[in-house]
Design a protein around this ligand. Sequence first.
Ligand SMILES: [Fe+2]
Ligand SMILES: [Fe+2]
Length: 277
Amino acid sequence: MCNDNEPRHVMPWRIEDIDLSRIDRQRAAANEDLMLLLAASSFIESGSDLYTSNLNVFFNGDPEVSEWLNREWEPEELQHGRALKTYIQYVWPEFDWEAAFQTFIEEYSKTCSFEEFEKTRALEMVARCVVETGTATLYRAIGEYSDEPVLKEITDNIRSDEVRHYKHFFRYFKKYNQIEGHGRLAVLGALMRRVMEIKNEDSEIALRHVYAGRYPDRVRDEAYSRELTARVNRLVRHNLSADMCVKMLLKPLNLPAKIRPGVHYPLAKITQHVFFR
Ligand SMILES: [Fe+2]
Ligand SMILES: [Fe+2]
């Protein structure tokens, strides 16, 4: 929904500028678990525009937020989806990304509703910070795990975008909380609600559609799906920087410096288990 008269947002990086021919295709293609994870992530990223319209309505009347969402956030999130899709189609060309994405988006679009939103703008900004924390953590984990330089470059780029998104949402949280004045308990409530949601729905739906596209013969084999999900989650968990994740999660609580180290370790442990069981 960009105004044609305004200069276009210059993307911080472009997937078109990354030379995929540097990829050792055969070697990269051998990692099936990574394929599943990248495909699921590409689906969720490619569905980001479903959120923009809802967010736009929610933040209607705040041009600062709406403009940033439309001009920067959405194109960057959609590029994350496109970049991962491009990588997948190069390394695993036999996977019909489009077909699997179509069935995914049909189901996923029904879950993106206003019921998912927090009651107030400040608390919704806290929820958005959690989402960006989750994605920043995920792409950092993939980058740590992978020894394939092109994927590392792509996930590094995506991670920097997610951290920058987080900073925007955090700034907007502070702006709205000056008006709404929520205490730590309310902020913690929004934080926890969103953390629990991340665990549940999005990745579960995305993975299910990836499996159906990848292994059509085993669509009804639930034990197999569970095994695959466990493998994908293990990949992330073993490479996860709980430290970065917790630092980002705790920020909106604005805890006094002297109690921060005390809650950091237990929270890091909890996060590891809640985000990627
Ligand atoms: Fe993203
Ligand atoms: Fe983001």
